[in-house]
Design a protein around this ligand. Structure first.
Ligand SMILES: Cc1cc2nc3c(=O)[nH]c(=O)nc-3n(C[C@H](O)[C@H](O)[C@H](O)COP(=O)(O)O)c2cc1C
Length: 409
């Protein structure tokens, strides 16, 4: 069974030098039109020295007209190539692999930035942050698939050693996979095979256009915890099918906008196992692991050396994905490897006001503020309470959401 500092050798031949992956966190540092900024490079210069062997970037969009939030990177802008090269180079200096995460949000593109979201089918999100989506045509689906491919080709050219497809958290790939969100009767919907076709096409076409050493990973939900939706069985079938196609790494997460179990702790309430183990999705990981050959990353809840070491030793996963602790301790990976008693100081953010504390945005905003501070060379504010950072980040999102719309008009 693996230990923290063991190499992990991927099918591509890539050697990851330990079992810690910094999971994706949207940096929220781009311009409203999706341009990479020098702060991205500065941030990854820090995280390339974090002790993690693999850094997944915040989600980058394959279509600037469809963003999941303001201030995300548009992977297809020519103007980004120069800084993307510098971003990729930060990892080369420390033998740290950096894989941009590629995403199309589909209908999970809020009206703050998008008045015309698209989806496999017209199934609105029951939240007035979102405009009801329009159904994609066959030609548009082909077009989006090609955008994923073009983005991957550009990122390989920029020097990144792989990409991760965002198939989790309710975005477009997840919308196609889910029978709740995908009600199509053509070749993109209905049977598992048809719902899987969108991600399969993206995967196959990226493979055909990139080199043999270029890694393709995916982040998938263990389930979307929604009635009639994407079940654990679906998820295992997706993992098995991608494994058979030769995928390099599968990361397991869970939740969506409608049901954000991945970071709000609801999963902790649901799963008895979480009380005994740190990670929310380990039980599910065990089931997947026994059925696939591709290495498995489990993300969500890991906070301590002991928690990660135990999970690795159990054989349920090959690598730990860790997000929030890296926003508070930029050297979290090194701490975990060097000190068997280390635990992240990450604590739930509290304002004291129940209604405010229940908002996922509060917590996200607090971490977003810390990420911005790291990028600017400032110290993280571990003692800061949640209210002011959250309000400031929300204002920044609101202001830039308007700017995104102006750019697109
Ligand atoms: C500020 C912030 C931004 C995030 N952005 C992304 C993202 O762009 N893509 C993604 O797949 N997950 C994103 N996540 C989710 C994390 O990758 C991870 O799944 C989740 O935080 C649970 O892991 P943790 O307990 O280690 O934080 C984000 C989380 C936070 C806190």
């Amino acid at each position: 069974m693996a230990a923290l500092q063991d190499n992990l050798i991927l099918r591509s031949g890539t050697v990851l030098r330990n079992r810690i992956c910094k999971a994706s966190m949207n940096e929220a540092l781009a311009t409203p039109d999706g341009k990479v900024q020098p702060e991205h490079v500065a941030l990854y210069d820090v995280w390339a020295n974090s002790g993690a062997s693999l850094l997944i970037t915040g989600n980058m969009m394959v279509d600037g007209a469809h963003m999941n939030e303001p201030l995300v990177v548009d992977a297809l802008l020519d103007a980004n190539m120069d800084l993307l090269r510098k971003w990729a180079a930060t990892g080369k200096r420390t033998n740290t692999h950096i894989w941009p995460q590629l995403n199309h949000p589909g209908k999970q593109s809020p009206k703050m930035v998008n008045d015309a979201p698209v989806a496999p089918s017209v199934v609105p999100i029951p939240n007035d942050m979102f405009v009801p989506p329009r159904e994609l045509s066959d030609a548009e689906i082909e077009g989006i698939t090609d955008r994923f491919v073009e983005a991957a080709v550009r990122l390989e050219d920029a020097g990144f050693t792989g990409v991760q497809l965002h198939g989790a958290h309710g975005y477009l790939i997840g919308q196609f996979l889910s029978p709740h969100h995908n009600r199509r009767t053509d070749r993109w919907g209905g049977s598992f095979e048809n719902r899987f076709r969108f991600v399969e096409e993206i995967y196959r076409r990226i493979r055909a256009k990139t080199g043999p050493e270029f890694n393709i990973g995916i982040k998938i939900n263990s389930s979307d915890f929604q009635k009639g939706g994407f079940t654990e069985e679906d998820s295992i079938n997706v993992a098995k099918a991608l494994d058979a196609l030769g995928i390099d790494l599968i990361e397991i997460s869970g939740g969506s906008w409608e049901n954000p179990v991945n970071r709000k702790g609801k999963q902790e309430e649901k799963m008895e196992s979480t009380k005994k183990r740190e990670a929310y999705f380990l039980e599910y990981a065990e089931k997947v692991k026994s059925q696939i050959g591709a290495p498995l990353v489990v993300t969500g809840g890991f906070r301590s050396s002991a928690g990660i070491s135990d999970a690795l030793a159990s054989g349920a996963m090959d690598m730990a994905g860790v997000a929030r602790p890296f926003a508070v301790e930029p050297k979290f990976g090194t701490q975990i490897i060097q000190n068997p008693n280390h635990t992240s100081p990450v604590a739930p953010i509290r304002s004291g006001l129940k209604k405010i504390d229940a908002m996922a945005i509060m917590e996200i905003s607090w971490y977003t503020m810390q990420i911005e501070r790291i990028a600017q060379g400032k110290k993280v504010q571990t003692k800061a309470d949640g209210v002011w950072p959250a309000l400031r980040v929300m204002y920044r999102f609101w202001k830039n959401g308007k700017a995104v719309k102006r750019v697109r008009a």
